[in-house]
Design a binder for this molecule. Structure first.
Ligand SMILES: Cc1ncc(COP(=O)(O)O)c(C=O)c1O
Length: 399
C-alpha cells in the first residue's frame, strides 16, 4: 500500500486548481447535519469535469459510463449538460429511462449480453451495441436491420491501472471474419471501439489504438464506417499527479485528426467525471496503540465507500477535517474500517496528527468505483450520498 503523508499532500494541494479544494466551514456544517459516514456529491464539480473533458476533446460525443457512479442527481445534471450515456445492463437502461433520457442518447457497450438485455435496450430505443466475438454477433441475427453494431478491439495496456483489454475485445485480425459474417446476414457492423484501460497514465496507448483502428477501417473499405469509440481511460490525480486533461487529450486529438470527417467519434468517460465529484466524510470511532503505530478505527472502510481500494486499485487522498499545524508532530498511523475482517484497512501507513475518537476524516476523489461497488458486509449500511451544488469556496482555507 502507498505510504501517505498529509504534509506532502498539502504541498500538492497548493496547486492553483481551486476546484480541488474544499471549504472547511461548509463541511463542518454538513457534519453537523448528517451522521457519518456520508458522501458528498458536488454537482458543480460534475459540471466542471464534464466541460473540461468536452473542451479537451472538441467534436467528440461523450457517453458517460454509468458504472462509475450512477447517482440520479449526477445523471440528471449530465443530461442537462447534453451528455450521452454508456449503458451495460438492464438496471442501467431502466435507471436512465426513469430519468427521461432517450434511447438514441445511449450506447450499449457490454460485449456479452443475454437476449433479454438486447430486447430491453431496443425497447428503450437504444439500437447501438458493442460486440467482440462471433457468438455475440450471431445473437443479433434476429435483429438485423434494427441495430448498429460496434466491434470492440483489444489493445493491451501495461501502463493503465485497470487493464480492460484482457477480458474484452477481439484481435484486429479477427475483424474481417466478423465483418464478412455481418454482411452475409445483413447486420450493420459500422463502428470500431476500444478501451485501453481505466486510469490510463499515458495517452499514447489510446493514440496508437486510434491510428490502428483508422488503418483497419481503411483496409476494410467495403464497410460504410460511421463510428469510432475511443472508450474511457481519462485519468484523475489520486495520490500522484497525472497529466492535466488538455495535455492528456492533445495526442489523442492529433491521432483523431487523421480520421475521415464523416466518422463520428465517441468516448465513454466514467472516472474522469465521477471521481473528483464526490468526497467521503468518516468519523474515528476507536483508537488503539499497537506496537509502534496508532490504529484508528473508522465508521466506513473497504467493504463500503472505500471499496475502490480493493476493486479499482485506488488510494484516495485523505485529510483530517479539524485544523492542524502542517509543521507539527505527525504519528505513524493505520486507518482501519469498521468490519470484523482484518483486510478492512484503508491506510496501512499514514502520517497523521494526533486524532481523537469523534474526529472527522475526509477522503477526496471518491466518486468513481466507490459506492458503486460498496457492500453491506457485517450489516454496516453503505454511506448515504448528500448532494450539494457547490462545496468549494476559494476564499476559505483548503483542506
Ligand atoms: C466499456 C466501458 N466503458 C467505459 C468505462 C469507463 O472507463 P473510465 O472509468 O476509464 O472512464 C468502462 C470502465 O470499466 C468500461 O468498461
Amino acid at each position: 500500500m502507498v505510504k501517505q503523508t498529509i504534509v506532502e499532500r498539502f504541498a500538492e494541494e497548493s496547486h492553483p486548481d481551486v476546484l480541488e479544494e474544499f471549504d472547511r466551514a461548509s463541511l463542518e456544517e454538513l457534519v453537523s447535519k448528517h451522521e457519518t459516514p456520508f458522501m458528498v456529491l458536488d454537482l458543480s464539480e460534475v459540471d466542471y469535469q464534464y466541460k473540461s473533458l468536452q473542451a479537451a476533446l472538441p467534436g467528440v460525443k461523450l457517453f458517460y459510463a454509468l458504472k462509475a457512479l450512477s447517482h440520479p442527481a449526477l445523471i440528471k445534471r449530465l443530461k442537462s449538460l447534453g451528455c450521452n450515456f454508456d449503458l451495460a445492463t438492464i438496471g442501467e437502461v431502466e435507471l436512465v429511462e426513469s430519468l427521461g433520457v432517450k434511447g438514441d442518447q445511449c450506447i450499449h457497450t457490454h460485449p456479452i449480453k443475454k437476449d433479454k438485455e438486447i430486447k430491453r435496450a431496443l425497447e428503450f430505443g437504444c439500437n447501438r451495441f458493442v460486440i467482440d466475438n462471433m457468438e455475440e454477433l450471431k445473437k443479433f441475427i434476429p435483429y438485423a436491420g434494427q441495430v448498429e453494431l460496434i466491434v470492440r478491439v483489444s489493445f493491451r495496456s501495461k501502463q493503465a491501472v485497470v487493464d480492460l483489454s484482457r477480458k474484452f475485445g477481439c484481435a484486429l485480425e479477427e475483424l474481417p471474419l466478423l465483418v464478412e459474417f455481418a454482411q452475409q446476414n445483413s447486420i450493420e457492423v459500422i463502428g470500431l471501439s476500444f478501451h485501453v484501460g481505466s486510469q490510463s497514465l499515458s495517452p499514447m496507448t489510446q493514440a496508437n489504438a486510434i491510428r490502428a483502428s483508422i488503418a483497419a477501417m481503411k483496409v476494410m473499405n467495403s464497410v460504410n464506417w460511421k463510428f469510432l469509440d475511443i472508450g474511457g481511460s481519462f485519468p484523475v490525480s489520486y495520490q500522484e499527479a497525472v497529466l492535466p486533461i488538455a495535455d492528456f487529450c492533445a495526442p489523442v486529438m492529433e491521432a483523431l485528426s487523421e480520421l475521415p470527417e464523416n466518422i463520428e467519434i465517441f468516448a465513454e468517460p466514467g472516472r474522469f467525471i465521477a471521481a473528483p465529484s464526490m468526497i467521503e466524510v468518516v468519523s474515528i470511532v476507536g483508537k488503539a496503540r499497537r506496537g509502534a503505530k496508532i490504529w484508528y478505527y473508522l465508521d466506513d472502510g473497504v467493504y463500503g465507500g472505500f471499496s475502490g481500494q480493493m476493486f479499482d486499485h485506488a488510494t484516495y487522498p485523505l485529510a483530517p477535517l479539524k485544523p492542524f499545524d502542517p509543521t507539527g508532530e505527525f504519528l505513524s498511523s493505520v486507518l482501519a474500517g469498521p468490519t470484523c475482517d482484518s483486510i478492512d484497512v484503508v491506510a496501512e501507513d499514514i502520517e497523521l496528527p494526533d486524532m481523537e475518537i469523534g474526529d472527522i476524516l475526509v477522503g477526496k476523489k471518491m466518486g468513481a468505483y466507490t459506492i458503486a461497488s460498496a457492500t453491506e458486509f457485517n450489516f454496516y449500511p453503505k454511506p448515504k450520498v448528500v448532494v450539494v451544488e457547490d462545496i468549494f469556496d476559494p476564499e476559505t482555507e483548503a483542506l
